[in-house]
Design a protein around this ligand. Structure first.
Ligand code: FAD
Length: 438
């Protein structure tokens, strides 16, 4: 039997890495707090299908997904809509979250992954400077490597010793609180913009979406502050004024969930430990999508573990995971985190101005559609800022643009000099440079 790997939490990156590692002969067990058959949310999600093949996962059956509509982005006033024109070969797919999980789990089981359900992980078991296992409500379990796939509020990451240098919590402006529900149809009026994304509606720091489906309207309300059901009711009434397809009855969903929207962790690995997915803050900071990145990151992680022929699974031998993650994905996510901080600094009037004045264009809105190339995202982002400086006539906004350009450049710069090989001193220096970019 191969070396023992524990995956804590049945997150998307964890289960994808588990399948690759079990296929390579490792003895992999996933510990999940929920009961079998209860994973996921009661709503659909969108992600780039090529990310599945990157992780060696087959495409789901064709009757389980459809292709996502192009999104139209609006400023707070909803005056100007900028529509994506995503090329056919980059279209994302839309699938029920429960079907995504079924597909991933079926694949993992076929690769001989073992899953223990209904088992809450309480924290890591640390011996000296190494994670050697997990403590759970069903007892302690030991392994040669623990993969942390417990999501944003991972009890593993949050209970690691400070000496590991791994950030424990996301700050309030680094996570977005989401309410999402499907409403019955309030009207069957057709709309040209089937998938509307609205920034800072009603002057609130956040993002909302209204997606018109045949039988229901999908509403998402995201805020960089705590939000309760009374506020959701008030805000949905406001959305209804310009979006009459939103009915008054919730037919599915209706839950609050937090999503990290910040740069990835500066340290993904420790001796005996690697974080993936939301545990490592791998979502696209401007929009909060994380699934495709999980699948792609799982390949980086599995390659590093399989490549560790001495079976040490320590900082040094897991570093190739961090290196390849940052080269392929992190280098694109980090500048988007800087761009997100800029967006949060805008007033609603400035946000409207950016839409109305042509500072942001439909091409700009389209670039993030398929997050495949970190280098093209970087070039595009700097290009957007440079063009915005020329178009912008709003003096206060104009003053903010050089700072965002500099922050994006710092984030790109930090990612480009990540050390290829692990050495404690070089990694400490790099980590501090990366963290200072935000
Ligand atoms: C409303 C909403 C809409 C979204 N839409 C999209 C979308 O359309 N496209 C997209 O790409 N992304 C989307 N995301 C983001 C996406 O869900 C995540 O980025 C992605 O799932 C990666 O997270 P994860 O799998 O690492 O963690 P999670 O999804 O949080 O999974 C963590 C797993 O670990 C388990 N767990 C947690 N704690 C413990 C514990 N103590 N013990 C044992 N098990 C534990 C959980 O039960 C869960 O199964 C959305 C998120 C939300 C909230």
């Amino acid at each position: 039997m191969g070396k023992k790997i524990i995956v804590a939490g049945l997150g998307h990156g964890g289960i994808a890495a588990a399948a690759q590692l079990a296929s390579a002969g490792f003895d992999v067990t996933v510990f999940e707090q929920k009961k079998e058959g209860t994973l996921g949310y009661d709503w659909t999600d969108i992600f780039a299908p090529n990310s599945l093949s990157a992780a060696g996962i087959p495409m789901p059956p064709e009757d389980k997904f459809t292709y996502k509509e192009d999104m139209t982005f609006f400023g707070p006033s909803e005056r100007t809509g900028l529509k994506q024109h995503v090329p056919q070969d980059q279209l994302e797919i839309k699938m029920e979250r429960k079907d995504i999980y079924d597909h991933l789990i079926k694949h993992a089981l076929s690769c001989s992954v073992k899953i223990v359900y209904d088992c809450k992980v309480n924290g890591p078991i640390v011996l000296g400077s190494r994670v050697v296992g997990i403590s759970t409500e069903k007892g302690d379990f030991y392994g040669d490597l623990v993969i942390d796939s417990c999501g944003m509020n991972s009890p593993l990451r949050m209970n690691l010793p400070d000496s590991f240098g791994i950030q424990k919590n996301a700050e309030r402006d680094e996570k977005i609180t989401i309410f999402r529900a499907f409403y019955n149809l309030g009207s069957d009026e057709e709309t040209d913009d089937k998938f509307k994304i609205i920034l800072f509606k009603d002057g609130k720091l956040g993002i909302s979406w209204v997606a018109s489906e045949q039988d229901y309207t999908d509403v998402l309300i995201g805020r960089f502050e705590d939000v309760d059901i009374e506020e959701v009711k008030r805000f949905t009434d406001l959305l209804r004024e310009t979006n009459p397809r939103i009915g008054t009855e919730i037919v599915r969903g209706g839950q609050f969930v937090d999503i990290p929207v910040r740069q990835p962790l500066s340290m993904l690995v420790a001796d005996g430990y690697a974080a993936i997915g939301d545990s490592a803050f791998m979502t696209v900071p401007l929009i909060g999508s994380g699934m495709a990145n999980c699948f792609k990151a799982s390949k980086c992680l599995a390659d590093a573990v399989i490549g560790d022929t001495r079976c040490l699974y320590n900082c040094e031998t897991l570093w190739p995971y961090q290196y390849s993650f940052f080269k392929t994905l992190g280098a694109g996510l980090a500048p988007l985190a800087a761009a997100k901080s800029f967006l949060l600094s805008l007033t609603p009037d400035e946000a409207d101005y950016a839409f109305d004045s042509g500072m942001i264009t439909e091409d700009n809105i389209t670039i993030g559609a398929d997050f495949t190339s970190a280098s093209s995202i970087n070039t595009d982002l700097l290009d957007i800022i440079n063009k915005a400086k020329i178009v912008c006539k709003n003096p206060t906004l104009l003053k903010k643009l050089p700072a965002v350009g500099a922050n994006i450049a710092k984030a790109i710069g930090a990612c480009s000099v990540i050390p290829r090989k692990y050495s404690p001193d070089r990694v400490r220096l790099w980590k501090s440079m990366y963290e200072k970019a935000f």
